[in-house]
Design a protein around this ligand. Structure first.
Ligand code: ZN
Length: 240
């Protein structure tokens, strides 16, 4: 089986469409999203409708939680807070209900889906360091855990000592423990403005981080047109 792995779309429908075009060409069997469907971008409804159309499994991100009021938004910077309030003002009651029902963690055959880290998922820790990975491995009961949140792709391997790789092809040891942060579809922060996503190939036992260029100018313009903070569009051009 091949699974399409998405994360941190952040209401960027231009990026989402580019990624889904690539995944359709690859012929993936199912879609999974590690949270933050909304927040920052100007097309939350389009993204929510598309994820439901493709029957994507979705877990709750901190922006999703803030929009429906289950996470205190004082934790956010002023631009993110403004986007949370804007998003809340444009979503329908059905869309709000969809976000409110998202689980914190989802378990599948051999992998787990969570926004931040498998330990204390409701605290939304960032998985981007060895100490965070060391705290995460004991909380894993499956070989693979897919996360997002930091918008920077990286993978960690458990064992006697924890190691990491920035290589886009991540081997998954069915007897070991592998944590993969798949980066962000809609707001990359690793100085590469292309949308990030991944494919989990269960036969090849690899998770491959992939990138695709999309129309970030159009996304930035839609943010401006919606009256959202200009910086939220600017940063899409930098991938930062
Ligand atoms: Zn995010």
């Amino acid at each position: 089986m091949k699974y399409g792995l998405l994360g941190d779309i952040h209401a960027n429908f231009f990026a989402l469409e580019a990624v889904l075009g690539e995944l359709a060409r690859e012929g993936v069997d199912a879609y999974y999203h590690v949270g933050d469907v909304v927040g920052y971008g100007a097309q939350p409804s389009e993204c929510l409708a598309k994820l439901q159309e493709i029957r994507c499994h979705v877990v709750c991100g901190n922006h999703d939680a803030a929009v429906v009021g289950t996470l205190d938004q004082s934790y956010f910077n002023p631009f993110a807070r403004e986007a949370v309030l804007w998003t809340r003002s444009v979503l329908s009651a059905d869309e709000m209900r969809y976000l409110a029902r998202l689980p914190m963690v989802s378990f599948f055959d051999d992998f787990t889906l969570v926004h931040g880290t498998p330990y204390e998922p409701e605290m939304y820790h960032y998985l981007q360091s060895i100490p965070e990975a060391e705290r995460s491995f004991p909380a894993m009961d499956r070989p693979l855990c897919i996360v997002g949140h930091s918008h920077v792709p990286v993978a960690f391997f458990g064992g006697k000592s924890v190691s990491y790789t920035l290589d886009p092809v991540v081997p998954v040891d069915p007897k070991g423990r592998t944590l993969v942060n798949i980066g962000s579809v809609g707001q990359p922060r690793d100085d590469d403005p292309r949308a990030a996503y991944a494919v989990y190939d269960t036969q090849a036992k690899t998770v491959t981080i992939q990138r695709v260029a999309y129309d970030e100018e159009a996304a930035a313009e839609s943010i401006l047109a919606a009256g959202l903070p200009e910086i939220l569009g600017e940063r899409l051009r930098w991938g930062r």
